[in-house]
Design a protein around this ligand. Sequence first.
Ligand code: UDP
Length: 353
Amino acid sequence: MKLLTIIGARPQFVKAAVTSRALAQVRPDINEVIVHTGQHYDANMSDVFFEELDIPRPRFNLGIGGGTHGQNTGRMIEAIEALLLEERPEQVLVYGDTDSTLAGALAAVKLHIPVGHVEAGLRSFNRAMPEEINRVLTDHVSERLFAPTQTAMANLSREGVDPARTILVGDVMFDAAMHYRERARQPGVAQSRYLEDAGFALCTIHRAENTDNHERLRAILDGLAALPLHVVLPLHPRTRARMQSAGIVAPDRVIVCDPVGYMEMLWLEMNCRIVLTDSGGVQKEAYFHGKPCVTLREETEWTELVEAGVNRLAGADAQRILSAYQALQSADMGTHRNLYGNGDAGECIARLL
Ligand code: UDP
């Protein structure tokens, strides 16, 4: 059976690595063809993941990135449709909530090729987020919905999705965190005795609602400056560009570096005191590695973490960021296990395809 996997952005490389490995192990009958849309193209946002996570090289790279949402999605649909007509796969697999996800799903479903959606059913209930639109639409045209959590299953059920199409498999990012943790590597940015002795916080910022609004971005950095420890901030290219154009400079104790590879990110997550992020994946990874998380948004798709008391929503408000940091000092990280499955989500998906 020929399966076309469509990916294009950093979190999708991590997720696809898990399924690709499982496919190679338990489904030798499946011929997986990987297509990279080109949505993320910097070496440290793309190539490093293929090298470190042993993802098979993409057979095709569409080279589509850098445009607006409409431009990217439109150009991707056109290019993916042409590829599907040429390759004629029996199934298509898409991941998460980016423009590559939606474009892949739409191109395939219109050619009557069944689509599997990994990380189905997530909702922020904030339709101003481009990711939310991508998720809702992808879920409703997909044939197989691989949900990571019970909350995601409930969301799909509420939207009237046929239960025969949905299945709770657990979270492939949990599989990844467990599988690769032994390969975690200390990045250069953390090799300072000062950081090692005093401990540090880890921060990532890349959501459009934060990067494209100077006031929010400034408020987040003010919040980081108010914390009583150093903060390591691997900076997403979009955030760096917005900070430069707005003349925003990182505060003294915030140590800015380029995006790091997955193994270095693992090390930072495993060795920091606390995580502050607007990323979906990094919120969960904080939990996987036993670290509390301040979420720099007004809502989260991973509500079970908030309910478990290990994640607090602080928006982009310096005072709320500091208060959340303080409140999380006494968070109980030891209980609430197995929120994200048993580490075999990739294998479940591979068997079900
Ligand atoms: N990540 C990484 N290096 C970084 C920042 C993030 O390897 O400098 C990884 C992170 O560990 C996680 C994934 O990228 O596995 C999350 O991607 P991102 O935050 O871009 O997207 P989101 O999860 O918000 O969709």
